[in-house]
Design a protein around this ligand. Structure first.
Ligand code: PAF
Length: 284
């Protein structure tokens, strides 16, 4: 496994792989790698001949007051994870490599970024799409792999790739959960044991939603009220939003019909946690 600290090096390594006929898979990350990232690497290794993973804590996707400074950066452990999982190149750029002193060009996906997390993290998705566009231009992969836990991010990135005719496929891999249902996330490490326990209510509320839909409830408000009751069982949980939206347009729905995304964002202690499920009622 090679570690590339410059754009020039990662480009030349990818070029060499490509000239020997290899397909290139790409896993963009901010490091602090966990089993969710490992599942993305595994999918990439399975589907592609050559796998590049980037580790870059992207400053432009953190809004003021968020955890940019204290975001975990365990680079040695991350490199070991990559080596073991079969990554070919880890791209670890500096901020100076990724952003000129004054970055004047930004990628902004409209509408899809106004809802859900976009309402609470203004500018976040502009940072995500800009850095992903840069990374896709640098790495030039055939396929890039993202996790379903960041549901809105996957919808926004797919739209950017389609609208800007970027020549790559986006693969979305299932959310990886602990045995107790908590979705794995780099930010779980900010939680105390009690807060981790409380956080299991997030997935419980989503499961309750699934159960209600499966037993015939379609009224979104009724479901949201029930989910809110579950999350309110623990005073440590501050609900940011519970939304039931169309899985493609991300528009709020009154009824659960068709392909539907049910998304939750909460704050527990120092951590902001998100989770979601996709439902498909099969009819519109
Ligand atoms: O999902 C993440 O870790 C980040 O948003 C990403 C895609 C690596 C962009 O910085």
């Amino acid at each position: 496994m090679k570690v590339a600290k410059t754009i020039e090096l990662v480009r030349s390594l990818v070029k060499a792989a490509r000239s020997s006929g290899k397909t290139v898979g790409f896993v963009p990350t901010m490091g602090a790698l966990h089993t969710g990232h490992i599942s993305l690497i595994e999918a990439a290794v399975k589907q592609c001949d050559f796998v590049v993973l980037s580790i870059f804590v992207n400053p432009t996707q953190f809004v003021p007051g968020e955890d940019f400074e204290k975001y975990p950066r365990p680079i040695d452990a991350d490199l070991q994870v990559c080596e073991k999982a079969g990554v070919d190149v880890v791209f670890v750029p500096t901020t100076e490599q990724m952003y000129a002193a004054e970055n004047l060009t930004w990628v902004n996906v409209e509408k899809l970024t106004d809802t859900l997390c976009g309402r609470f993290r203004p500018g976040h998705f502009r940072g995500v799409t800009t850095v992903c566009a840069k990374l896709f231009n640098i790495v030039a992969p055939d396929v890039a792999f993202f996790g379903q836990k960041d549901a809105q991010q996957t919808v926004v990135i797919k739209r950017m790739v389609a609208d800007l005719n970027m020549p790559l496929d986006i693969v979305v891999c299932p959310t990886v959960r602990q045995n107790d249902g908590l979705a794995v996330s780099s930010r779980n490490q900010y939680l105390t044991d009690q807060q981790k326990q409380d956080a299991t209510l997030i997935y419980k509320s989503l499961q309750e939603c699934r159960q209600m839909v499966e037993t015939g409830t379609t009224e979104a408000q009724k479901i949201i009220t029930r989910m809110r009751q579950i999350l309110n069982r623990r005073p440590s949980i501050e609900i940011e939003y519970i939304s039931i939206v169309d899985a493609e347009t991300l528009r709020e729905l009154d009824r659960v019909v068709g392909r539907v995304l049910v998304a939750v964002a909460v704050k527990i202690g120092p951590a902001r946690l998100i989770d979601n499920i996709l439902l498909d009622t099969g009819k519109r």
